[in-house]
Design a protein around this ligand. Structure first.
Ligand SMILES: NC(=O)c1ccc[n+]([C@@H]2O[C@H](COP(=O)([O-])OP(=O)(O)OC[C@H]3O[C@@H](n4cnc5c(N)ncnc54)[C@H](O)[C@@H]3O)[C@@H](O)[C@H]2O)c1
Length: 102
């Protein structure tokens, strides 16, 4: 049986190994159930999260839930016409040119 301090060390290494701190994830459909939970998981791993959804209220509600975890989050109303131009509309949110997308 592992000592509790060793367990804590293993857990810390595990979370650091998979840390998304400093990253921004874009979650399409995050105003819904499944992608919304994925957004929470990504935030739990340290990512800031942009939530795109056809349902603006759902996106913003999930963004608020992510912010309650202490991460930055924005809800982005998704439209087909703006699918190529949404990212520049929130300058300063993205740490670099990359973003993870689910
Ligand atoms: N919830 C479950 O337990 C479950 C189980 C098995 C399968 N599924 C399937 O998984 C999928 C998602 O399920 P859910 O429960 O999260 O659905 P949901 O309706 O709660 O969420 C889907 C969200 O995606 C958004 N959306 C759809 N297309 C989009 C697009 N192109 N751009 C931006 N936003 C978009 C919708 O507005 C909606 O808010 C569905 O196909 C569902 O049938 C769900």
């Amino acid at each position: 049986m592992l000592e509790s301090s060793l367990k804590a060390q293993i857990f810390m290494d595990h979370t650091e190994m998979f840390s998304l701190a400093g990253k921004v994830a874009a979650v399409v459909g995050g105003g819904g159930v499944l992608a919304g939970e994925m957004a929470m998981g990504l935030a739990g791993a340290g990512a800031d999260v942009a939530i795109l959804d056809f349902n603006p209220a759902g996106a913003e509600a999930r963004a608020e839930a992510v912010r309650a975890l202490g991460r930055r989050a924005i809800g982005i109303p998704a439209t087909r016409r703006r699918s190529r131009t949404w990212k520049p509309r929130w300058p300063g949110f993205w740490p670099s040119s990359d973003a993870s997308t689910s």
